[in-house]
Design a protein around this ligand. Structure first.
Ligand SMILES: [Zn+2]
Length: 248
């Protein structure tokens, strides 16, 4: 069930059977010369919808812009500051807890969001405790990164080895190719790719990673790989979501 395509009475009915909500969160950032700017959001959204369908869970609208300040020297990137992202998450959780949601399962497509999400969860527990919502003490938040699911990680290693890299990876590019075959980009990539530099500011990042990739070879991606990775992620995250609902 998609929250966007439901009515409020339908959401109220849903809350009588479940208090769980899946929230996809991605990023709008450069993904090298061949990766789509929306890669992280596209992947998180489609996987979240897949998990929602299989578990009858409601899926919230995707948070399309995350924390990607280090990518902002490349055109097309849009980022929230960590403090802004934390406030966005807090506002979501406040509105949703008020009406009875208590289990928030974030399916994340971007490593740069993790620290802010965890900070937001700690602040939200504290903040919600001061509001007089009857179920505030039942609130539980979880972030699951689809690309870190053990089955996905294993498959990516098997398909790409060290050429998986850590940004603009063939595995995330493959998932976008599976979902958007009409937007596959065929641009030659340089054989040499930078890796291993620590991440600081945006200009420094672009200087060290001139084409935007970190150690990856997205030319290895295929739509078929994307389908396999999608299936693995959905299967593993269905199990995590159902277990998460039972935490008390
Ligand atoms: Zn990405």
């Amino acid at each position: 069930m998609l929250l966007n395509l439901s009515t409020w009475p339908e959401v109220e009915d849903y809350l009588n059977t479940s208090q769980g909500l899946i929230i996809p969160i991605g990023s709008t950032e450069q993904h090298g010369p061949t990766g789509l700017i929306g890669t992280d959001s596209i992947c998180a959204e489609v996987i979240a919808k897949g998990v929602g369908e299989k578990t009858q869970a409601m899926v919230a609208p995707t948070i399309n812009v995350g924390m990607a300040l280090h990518h902002t020297a490349f055109p097309g990137t849009i980022s929230l500051r960590p403090t802004t992202l934390i406030q966005v998450i807090e506002d979501y959780l406040t509105c949703l807890t008020r009406v009875g949601f208590t289990r928030f399962f974030f399916i994340n497509g971007h490593g740069g969001n993790i620290a802010s999400l965890k900070g937001a969860f700690s602040q939200a527990y504290n903040y919600l405790a001061h509001l007089n919502f009857p179920q505030a003490d039942q609130v539980r938040c979880r972030v699951e990164n689809w690309f870190m699911c053990s089955s996905v990680y294993k498959k990516a290693k098997e398909l790409y080895g060290d050429q998986e890299g850590s940004h603009a990876t063939p595995s995330e590019v493959a998932v976008t190719q599976y979902i958007h075959p009409e937007s596959v980009k065929n641009v030659p990539l340089s054989e040499k790719v930078a890796s291993g530099y620590p991440i600081y500011g945006a200009v420094d990042f672009r200087r060290h990673y001139p084409d935007g990739r970190i150690g990856s070879n997205p030319a290895l991606a295929t739509p078929k790989h994307g389908q396999q990775l999608y299936n693995l992620a959905v299967e593993e995250l269905c199990e995590s979501y159902l277990k998460f609902l039972q935490d008390n």
